[in-house]
Design a protein around this ligand. Structure first.
Ligand code: GLU
Length: 281
């Protein structure tokens, strides 16, 4: 089977070293098997996306010496996300939610791997989405979805077989309130990976818990199940994940300053990291 991987950056900030590592891992994983490496611009967040960054990302990847095939950006796939959400609504697995973030926090929620777990306030409320003061989000009823699919397994090629535990993230939002960002990351990325034929999802360990939800969505929507490869993360001096906003310089800064991108890629491959940066193992 031809390995197909992808790098899926969101164009709401410049790429940094952590992204370079992610792109290199995906690229090299595919090329090691004579496979294909795809670039997908995840511009689902209409409010935060900066279209000009897509060109910057391509220049960064070329500077690192990577070769890729680009597939359709998320902003062109909204109808696909809506159709899948309708299918889940028809299965009775989504419910409307009008809670604000402040209301959720006021309920003193359990904090999960991705932040506060939704306390389920709207699950039994049976809100009429057409008769609400404002827009509603649509959440996945995870307990019901779990009952429907039964136990699910997924495979990370580094960490081994995993039992899906989507309840760890609670009833995640699949359709957001914000009309600029209709689908959530979980729904959009899961559908796109299937549509793009991705059979090896490579990404950082920070998204390991999201995979439990993606595996559930695949089962509910009858999508093919890829394998995953969650790589270790680059960390700053304080042991925190390198974040776009916190860390400088970006790849574009380095490229424009005349640094050798291929040499940087070789150093990252060899685990030789710039001063002050470490790798979670
Ligand atoms: N667009 C996501 C990000 O930039 C990619 C997540 C993924 O690889 O699944 O974090």
């Amino acid at each position: 089977m031809t390995i197909i991987t992808r790098f899926a950056p969101s164009p709401n900030g410049s790429l940094h070293l952590g992204h370079a590592l992610s792109a290199i891992v995906a690229h090299d994983r595919a090329k090691a098997d004579g496979g294909r490496f795809l670039l997908r611009i995840e511009d689902i967040d209409g409010g935060r996306s900066r279209p000009e960054l897509a060109a910057e990302f391509r220049a960064d990847l070329a500077w690192l010496g990577l070769e890729w095939e680009e597939v359709r950006a998320q902003s062109t796939r909204i109808a696909h996300y809506d159709a899948a959400a309708e299918e889940l609504k028809a299965q009775g697995l989504l419910y409307p939610c009008d809670c604000t973030r402040a209301q959720i926090l006021a309920a003193d929620p359990v904090i999960g791997p991705e932040g506060p777990i939704y306390p389920g306030t709207c699950r039994e409320k049976h809100i009429d989405p057409h008769n609400c003061d404002g827009p509603v989000a649509w959440r996945l009823d995870v307990a019901q979805a779990n009952r429907k699919t039964g136990p699910l397994i997924w495979e990370d090629e580094l960490a081994g077989p995993q039992t899906a535990r989507p309840e760890m993230l609670g009833d995640v939002v699949l359709l957001r309130k914000d009309p600029d960002t209709p689908a959530s990351y979980h729904l959009a990325a899961t559908l796109d990976d299937a549509a793009d034929g991705i059979n090896m999802v490579t990404r950082g360990m920070d998204l390991f818990s999201a995979t439990h939800v993606h595996r559930l969505l695949q089962a509910l929507l009858g999508l093919p199940v890829p394998r995953w490869h969650h790589h270790s993360l680059l960390l700053d001096e304080q042991g925190r994940k390198l974040a776009k906003r916190r860390h400088s310089p970006s790849l574009a800064d380095r490229r424009l300053a005349g640094e050798d991108g291929r040499a940087l890629a070789a150093a990252l491959r060899a685990g030789q990291l710039p001063t002050g940066i470490s790798c979670s193992k």
